[in-house]
Design a protein around this ligand. Sequence first.
Ligand SMILES: *[C@@H]1O[C@H](CO)[C@@H](O)[C@H](O)[C@H]1NC(C)=O
Ligand SMILES: *[C@@H]1O[C@H](CO)[C@@H](O)[C@H](O)[C@H]1NC(C)=O
Length: 258
Amino acid sequence: MKSMSVVCIVAIVAFITYQLGVLESPPFVYNDTFLGGRELLAIVATTRERNIGQHVERLVVGSKKGIEVLEGGTGMLKAAAKLYDVDDKAPAVSTGVYFDDPFEVEYPRWAIGWAVEGPSFEKLQAMLPEIQEASELSDPIKVIRIGGVGTETFTARIPWRNIFTPMIAPMLHWGRGFQIYQEYIEIHKELDKGVPAIALEVYVYSENENTKEFIDYTVLFGDVANTWEDTFPGSLGEGENATEESAGVPGSVNTATE
Ligand SMILES: *[C@@H]1O[C@H](CO)[C@@H](O)[C@H](O)[C@H]1NC(C)=O
Ligand SMILES: *[C@@H]1O[C@H](CO)[C@@H](O)[C@H](O)[C@H]1NC(C)=O
């Protein structure tokens, strides 16, 4: 009897550990490009809210509403998923970009939204007023370019287990990712263009849109000025708000619990 309950407890602990992904440590793999050098376009709501976890859902939902109101909007989401994904089942991929470490910066810069493919960067910019209105968000919505020539990456693919995955995974993995990047840039000093690295999270959805397949955590570095300038214009210039060394590590979604 006694040994039975021990087996039971071990099984339960193993199950919970698996569900939380605590023992998983997918490697951050280096790539000298992002998507082979292509730019991924995304429509994102930008914010400097401190409690990231309290705002993610609202911004994900609002920005999607804004895109879906466009003619062909659903097709743009699907085409971007196809461009990003390894198979072509995903209906959409959402993107989070984090520019500051929320543990170090009082009002971190971050943005969240959806990858889109089809219209040009300029055409999408012209659609922004319509998107903003339909989103019902007051957070400024922007079109941003992610990647392109000269962007290098370290990526870890985090398996989706359950709704806790996006809350726990940042604490488990982002520190590792940025450490690997720091070690790499120490050795390859010539690659440091003085533009701080960005933390990119890409959520790949399942055919059934309510669940996700996996999340890619990517440290974007090298030539990433386009993403900086599109999302928070002026950040890289001189002046009080110019960024010095605020490279990314987005913290836990649980910063909400303060
Ligand atoms: C780098 O990315 C390209 C394009 O996505 C891919 O084809 C290639 O296999 C990747 N290389 C490595 C080492 O993962
Ligand atoms: C710096 O950022 C703050 C907050 O976003 C803004 O109010 C201020 O105008 C910015 N200052 C400059 C010089 O850009």
